[in-house]
Design a protein. Structure first.
Length: 257
């Protein structure tokens, strides 16, 4: 018997369908990016730093502003990154994208997520009150590590494998969970939190965890997730819904006028 070399469900009709999906998602993401750039106010959040003034245990100095982040621009950026990714995979890099899918990998997905999802997480952290530079760097590192573990999960489980390892998946869950613990802690400790911020936290936590669930279902080959192409569509839907939900919750809460 010839070893399987192509992912289950990744045939010519599925790839044609995915191209149409990517073109559609290009339009939806870029249209939202343009709308956000036009409609959003100049609201910004300041990133701060507070540094030790002596030996360990010495009180930190009063926090100093480092730079401002225009929230509307940041939201526009993560929407535009997704749109550009979908455009490239449907056109210029279509062959590379489709060859990757046949091998059970989507490198474009993981590169885009490492940028767009990290911007999203930083914005969620901002709205929970985490604005200190070193804390943000740590959250960024944990989130990128989570995404790279997702990539590694695909690399380590090619089509035709005799066994499936979930080790990178579980390591990614640990890395990806840490920022949410920090954000949740801040929300619980805060005296006043606007209702829309709770909405952002709950909805985006559910969406971020849904990406993990989609991958778990893929590698456990549960039901329709036996097809790698079906799991790929799951990622496409989740990416659009999560980005749209965060963008317009932020807009409604702080950028509308």
């Amino acid at each position: 018997m010839t070893p399987q070399t192509t992912s289950t469900g990744v045939d010519d009709p599925a790839l044609t369908s995915l191209r149409r999906w990517n073109l559609g998602l290009t339009a939806l993401h870029l249209a939202q990016a343009v709308a956000m750039l036009i409609l959003a106010s100049d609201f910004a959040i300041t990133v701060i730093g507070s540094y030790p003034q002596g030996p360990p245990g010495t009180a930190l100095a009063e926090a100093e502003p480092i730079f401002d982040v225009r929230i509307g621009v940041a939201v526009t950026l993560f929407l535009a990154l997704a749109g550009i990714d979908h455009l490239l995979t449907a056109t210029v890099f279509r062959r590379h994208y489709e060859n990757d899918l046949r091998r059970g990998i989507n490198t474009f997905r993981w590169v885009e997520y490492s940028l767009s999802a990290t911007i999203m997480l930083v914005l969620i952290a901002f709205y929970s009150g985490i604005v200190e530079i070193t804390a943000l760097i740590a959250l960024i590192g944990a989130n990128v590590a989570m995404i790279l573990f997702g990539w590694l999960q695909e690399v380590m489980n090619p089509p035709g494998r005799t066994t499936t390892t979930m080790l990178p998946f579980w390591f990614g869950c640990i890395a990806g969970g840490a920022p949410w613990v920090a954000i949740g802690w801040n929300l619980l400790a805060a005296e006043v939190v606007p209702g829309f911020v709770y909405g952002i936290f709950v909805s985006l936590f559910v969406f971020f965890m849904s990406f993990a669930l989609n991958q778990w279902l893929q590698y456990r080959q549960v039901g329709r997730w036996h097809s790698y192409a079906f799991g790929e569509k799951g990622y496409l839907v989740l990416s659009l819904v999560a980005k749209t939900a965060l963008a317009w919750q932020i807009f409604g809460g702080s950028l509308a006028g």
